[in-house]
Write a protein that binds this ligand. Sequence first.
Ligand code: ADP
Ligand code: ZN
Length: 286
Amino acid sequence: MYYGGIEAGGTKFVCAVSNEKFEMIERVSIPTTVPEETLKKVFEFFDQYELSAIGIGSFGPIDVNLDSPTYGYVTSTPKKGWNNYNFVGAIKEKYNIPVAWTTDVNAAAYGEYRLGSAQQAKSCIYLTVGTGIGGGAVIHGDVMEGFGHPEMGHISVRMNEDDNFEGVCPYHGDCLEGVAAGPAIEKRLNQKGKDVAKDDPYWDIEAYYIAQALVNYTMILRPEKIILGGGVMKQAHLFPMIRAHFTTLLNDYLTVPDLESYIVPPGLVDDAGITGSLLLAAEKAI
Ligand code: ADP
Ligand code: ZN
């Protein structure tokens, strides 16, 4: 039995086919342009296999509400052609097999829960700090969705007193994503995040914002594990800084797991999302 996985990002689609042991048989990366063009290449790839199900972890916002007439759609994205696009409908029309559908970060959380850093945990959060900030959660084996999916990046944070950056979120200005995602770092410091020196004082401010978010998620969900991925988290020196701010902000109010094992990088490194998509496909296969 073969499973198909799509990690649908705003820049590229990673598509993979795996066997029942979730060993990847083949994977490709396809640039995200307009839906017809991108999906044509996706279909060319999957056409080589007889798939039992496809799992999609998509950029958002997306409609995950089974009761909604627009379930399976990408909703209010500014990305040309994808606004109100019936993504699941297009896949189903082509293949007529079960399709699992959730956010890229829910898929990544699921991948980490089953085969990555959170394998021993009963619940976890996966947060990406990249072009945007988004989070997904798995609780007792289910990805967290309700009326919609979580939007963990668009939350309020207290500004650092040495930071007067106005933020870049088109909806909220200085929400977490607006002040701490990759584009915010780039605009504030006038250089790409990867080029900012390790000892630049800005990193401590970045860690302060991320730590505030993690304290909030901890208060609301009390997960067993928080996994931090995405391009900005390639700056490994952020981890101890985030843990230090987390400790200060929590101020011993709650017990949490040992921070070295609570706030961690993805065990699957860059494959959390695509692995999660394949695992979710398997859950749907009949
Ligand atoms: P996406 O969020 O689009 O899926 P990434 O997770 O790679 O992709 O995030 C891209 C963002 O992360 C960009 O804003 C980029 O500048 C930033 N970034 C990528 N690599 C690094 C790095 N090593 N250090 C700091 N920032 C980085
Ligand atoms: Zn926002």
